[in-house]
Design a protein around this ligand. Structure first.
Ligand code: PMP
Length: 393
């Protein structure tokens, strides 16, 4: 039996039509399949490979940490140099009130931890999320899912969750004295790149302050330079009480985090003690890899190159016949067609022609373009030429 058949037989399937491509190597903005065919990767592991696949500094850091120690003890009891180093580096590049990092294994777990912290700190029970939101697939994070289709089969979910309309000022009044926290993607990802207005964001921040609710911003998909600033919230002139990170945070290794002020985070240390527990969260190899990725992102000034690359994509794709809309925030781009069927046809053709891409969960008619932040001009041009052919044929 070949690898594909073994994959279909023994690896749990979550779709009736998986891509089932077998990649055997990845480097920078490229993927290679088992037949030696090269693909330009326009999705970078879905916003994970911001510094490119297998950045040499990341690979070196993984090897170096693997030579020292792997797992030694559950989270929070012992001093682990990669965790300490990465938490400090993150704090140095965040506003002063975001100075304390709880590392998790995934984005979803960061969401879970933040919801618990908000309940614990406020003593309140209700949580506000938004329509079309995506925050993960565990039952807490799924309760925040902004679309009934995806959550209904898994009820009962968390009680006390309210979904407001995104970017709608009238709904802000529903954030009240029982609200522990409001959880929002700074830029909605799976909704197909939906950016709220700056005025609405400021009103949301003010409303949270007014009623004593914590503002949790999910930058798991849009953070780490993707939007042209290191953190997306910088563009709104507000600071969250809790920031959620994941995906690119680990430089290609599994890592998530929720970040808050030290005094707020300390709520997890008592009543009960061990308020949030994880065996592998903040794994030393993941932290070493993530720290190397962040250093590379900063040293190679990748964030500074995002706006230019966004323009290359916009110029090449925006006005093509058949493209209904192009929404972008830096290198987080949604190319919208008239239907899922059209989008899927273009995607299939693109993959066959050596450009790897996919669609968004809540915006299936839109193609996802979230490449490594250091993708070259030649690769952008080549990928766009191929996409243009796929759209017109
Ligand atoms: N929040 C957002 C905005 C995401 O895009 C994702 C993943 N797509 C998650 C949370 C969940 O992250 P993970 O899959 O690592 O659990």
């Amino acid at each position: 039996m070949n690898q594909r058949d073994l994959f279909l037989r023994h690896v749990a399937q979550t779709s009736e039509a998986p891509l089932a491509l077998e990649f055997v190597r990845a480097e920078g903005s490229y993927l290679w399949d088992a037949k030696g065919k090269r693909y330009i990767d326009l999705i970078g592991g879905i916003s994970v490979c911001n510094v490119g696949h297998r950045h040499p500094a990341v690979v070196a850091a993984i090897k170096d940490q693997a030579d020292r120690y792997l797992h030694t003890m559950v989270y929070g009891e012992t001093v682990q140099t990669p965790q300490v180093g990465y938490a400090r580096l993150l704090a140095e590049h965040l506003p002063p009130s975001l100075n304390c990092v709880y590392f998790t294994n995934s984005g979803t777990e960061a969401v879970e931890g933040a919801m618990k912290l908000a309940k614990r700190a406020t003593g309140r029970t209700e949580i506000v999320g938004f329509l079309e939101a995506y925050h993960g697939s565990s039952q807490g994070a799924l309760s925040l899912m902004g679309d009934e289709y995806w959550r209904n089969a898994f009820r009962p979910l968390l009680p006390g969750i309210h979904h407001l309309r995104h970017n709608d000022t009238r709904d802000l009044a529903r954030i009240g004295s029982q609200t522990a926290c409001v959880v929002l993607e700074t830029i909605q990802g799976e909704a197909g790149v939906r950016a709220p207005d700056a005025a609405w964001m400021r009103a949301l921040r003010e409303r949270c302050d007014q009623v004593g609710a914590l503002l949790v911003l999910d930058e798991i998909q849009c953070g780490f330079g993707r939007n042209g600033t290191l953190w997306a919230f910088e563009q709104y002139g507000i600071v969250p009480d809790i920031l959620l990170l994941g995906k690119a945070l680990g430089g290609g290794m599994p890592l998530g985090a929720f970040v808050a002020d030290r005094s707020l985070m300390y709520e997890l240390a008592s009543k009960p003690v061990l308020g949030h527990i994880t065996t592998f969260g903040g794994h030393p190899v993941s932290c070493a890899a993530g720290m190397a990725a962040m250093r590379a992102l900063l040293a190679e000034r990748m964030v500074e190159g995002v706006a230019e690359r966004e323009t290359w994509f916009r110029t090449a794709l925006e006005n093509l016949p058949g493209v209904r809309a192009l929404r972008s925030r830096g290198l987080m781009i949604a190319l919208e067609f008239d239907s899922f069927e059209t989008n899927k046809q273009v995607i299939d053709r693109a993959i066959a022609a050596g450009v790897f891409t996919d669609w968004f969960l809540h915006s299936a008619q839109s193609m996802r373009i979230v490449p490594p932040l250091n993708i070259s001009r030649e690769d952008v041009q080549r990928a766009c030429e191929i996409l243009a052919l796929c759209i017109s044929s």
